[in-house]
Design a protein around this ligand. Sequence first.
Ligand SMILES: [Cu+2]
Length: 94
Amino acid sequence: MGSYPNGPLGNLRSDWAYTPGGYTDGMRTTTYDVQGMTCGHCVRSVTEEITEVEGVTSVDVDLDKGTAVVAGDADPETVKAAVVEAGYEVTGVH
Ligand SMILES: [Cu+2]
């Protein structure tokens, strides 16, 4: 995670708190590139599996982009395993 720029835009979000790992808005989000999703059922399966991972507070799966944006402090390896469990593959985490 990078840092946010200083300057006019950097001050817009006053609710951002600084932590040693970077700025957060109280909830860290991680984007997972998920390969193999083709329809709403896929989205549902991935969403349900990731939701069950400890530390996950919300999941937003985008079929068109092929991403799952996960909020919370879940272990990325566990989230990846959950995606595999659902039958898909994680090709990137960022
Ligand atoms: Cu599907």
